[in-house]
Design a protein around this ligand. Structure first.
Ligand SMILES: *Cc1c(COP(=O)(O)O)cnc(C)c1O
Length: 371
C-alpha cells in the first residue's frame, strides 16, 4: 500500500518521549521552552508553541483584538480548520476565490468582499503555494487589515529566498502528525509584534497573566490575574520533545519532499490532461502534492482504481462554503473554486516514499486517465 501521507517518526522520537516520561514532568515545562528557543533562532523572531495549528489560528485572531462579528477574508479552498478557527474566535469567515494558477487567495476577489467589518485576511499556503504575497501585503496595509498566515503546509518554505515565518505579520504553523515536521499534535505562532506575542502566551494558559514564564521553569502561578477568555491550548513537554527531534531531521525530510514533488512534475508535465501547480521546489517544501485533471468526469472511479492498485489519494479540499455551517444566504460566487475543486486530486507524498513509488503512482494514474 502506498499511503497518501504518513508520519516520519521512529526510534529517535521514541527515545525523546521516553526521556520526558522518565523525567516525570509531562506538561508545559522546560522542553517546550527549548523548542521555542530553537524556533526563535530559526525564524529570527518570537515563537509561541500551542496544542494545534487550529489553536494557533484561533488565538491569533483573538490576540489581534477581533470582536464578535468582525470579518476575516479567507479562501474557500482550505482545510476546515481555517474556517472553524475564525468562528471559534467569534468572527465571520468571508469565503474568497483563488487564483487559478497558484490556488492562492485571489486578491482582486478579496477586494470586492471588503466591508467596514473586515479586520483581517488569512492567506493559506495551499500545498505551500505562496502566491502574490507582496501584493497581499500592500492590499492589507491599504485597508488596515492584519495578516494571519495559515502556514500549516509551509514550514520550511521560502518566498523570494526568505523563510516563511521570518518576515510576515503573523504566521501560524501546524505540527500535526503528517505535516512537514510533527510534534505529535501541535502548532506555533510566529510574529515580531511583542504585544501580540505576550497576549497569545497568556491566552494559551487560560489567560493567566505571565504564567508562561513560570511554566517554562517548571513552576506555576498561584496568585495571578485574568482579564479575558483564555484556553488550555499550550504544548506539552512530550510534544515538544518530538518536535525538537523532528526539527533536527528536517534537512532530510524537506529535501525528500522536494525531490519527490519534482519527480512527479517531471513525469506528469507531459500529459495534456494534467495541470500542475508548477511550484518552485527549490524554495518551497510541499506538504501535499496536488494535480488538477482537466475533463475529470468521474473522480471517485479514478480514486477507486488507484486504491485497487494499492495507492491512496486525497481531496484537498471540499470548499468550506459548501458546508451547512458556512453556507450563506446568497451564493458567494466563486467561479474558480467551483471549477477547480472537482478536478483536484492529491497524490501520495511523505518522506518514506522513494522515487520508484512515485513512478508507480504515475504509471497507474496515467493508465487510469488513458482509459
Ligand atoms: C493542518 C492544517 C491546519 C490545522 O492544523 P492542526 O494542527 O491540524 O490543527 C490549518 N490549516 C491547514 C490548511 C491545515 O492543513
Amino acid at each position: 500500500m502506498i499511503r497518501l501521507s504518513k508520519s516520519y517518526v521512529g526510534e529517535d522520537e521514541a527515545k525523546a518521549v521516553r526521556e520526558v516520561l522518565l523525567d516525570g514532568y509531562l506538561g508545559m515545562g522546560k522542553v517546550v521552552g527549548e523548542f521555542e528557543e530553537i524556533l526563535e533562532a530559526y525564524f529570527g523572531r518570537p515563537a509561541v508553541c500551542v496544542s494545534t495549528g487550529t489553536a494557533a489560528l484561533q488565538l491569533s485572531l483573538q490576540a489581534i483584538g477581533l470582536k464578535p462579528g468582525d470579518e476575516v477574508l479567507v479562501p474557500a479552498l482550505t482545510y476546515l480548520a481555517s474556517f472553524q478557527a475564525i468562528t471559534a474566535a467569534g468572527c465571520k469567515p468571508v469565503a474568497c476565490d483563488v487564483d487559478p494558477q497558484t490556488l492562492f487567495i485571489d486578491i482582486n476577489d478579496a477586494r470586492k468582499r471588503l466591508t467596514t467589518k473586515t479586520k483581517a485576511i488569512m492567506p493559506v499556503f495551499y500545498a505551500s503555494s505562496i502566491g502574490a504575497l507582496d501584493e497581499l501585503s500592500l492590499f492589507a496595509k491599504k485597508n488596515k487589515l492584519r495578516i494571519i498566515e495559515d502556514a500549516a503546509h509551509a514550514f520550511g518554505s521560502r518566498y523570494k529566498s526568505e523563510l516563511i515565518g521570518s518576515f510576515g505579520d503573523i504566521s501560524c504553523f501546524s505540527f500535526d502528525g503528517i505535516k512537514n515536521i510533527t510534534s505529535g499534535e501541535g502548532g506555533c505562532i510566529v510574529s515580531d509584534d511583542d504585544q501580540f506575542i505576550k497576549r497569545v502566551k497568556d491566552l494559551r494558559l487560560l489567560g493567566i497573566q505571565n504564567d508562561s514564564v513560570n511554566r517554562l521553569n517548571g513552576a506555576r502561578s498561584w496568585h495571578f490575574d485574568v482579564v479575558e477568555q483564555g484556553w488550555r491550548y499550550h504544548m506539552s513537554n512530550i510534544m515538544a520533545s518530538i518536535g525538537i527531534t523532528q526539527f533536527h531531521k528536517k534537512t532530510f525530510m524537506f529535501s525528500k519532499r522536494q525531490k519527490l514533488a519534482q519527480h512527479y512534475d517531471e513525469i506528469l508535465k507531459h500529459n495534456p490532461d494534467i495541470k500542475l501547480l508548477s511550484l518552485n521546489y527549490r524554495e518551497i517544501v510541499p506538504h501535499i502534492y496536488v494535480v488538477q485533471i482537466k475533463n475529470l468526469l468521474d473522480r471517485p472511479k479514478v480514486r477507486k482504481r488507484m486504491l485497487d492498485k494499492g495507492i491512496e489519494t486525497g481531496l484537498h479540499y471540499l470548499p468550506n462554503n459548501y458546508l451547512t455551517k458556512f453556507k450563506s444566504d446568497s451564493d458567494p460566487h466563486l467561479p474558480i473554486t467551483d471549477n477547480v475543486w472537482p478536478q483536484l486530486l492529491s497524490l501520495p507524498l511523505h518522506p518514506e516514499l522513494e522515487i520508484k513509488d512515485i513512478d508507480t503512482v504515475c504509471k497507474h494514474l496515467l493508465e487510469c486517465l488513458a482509459n
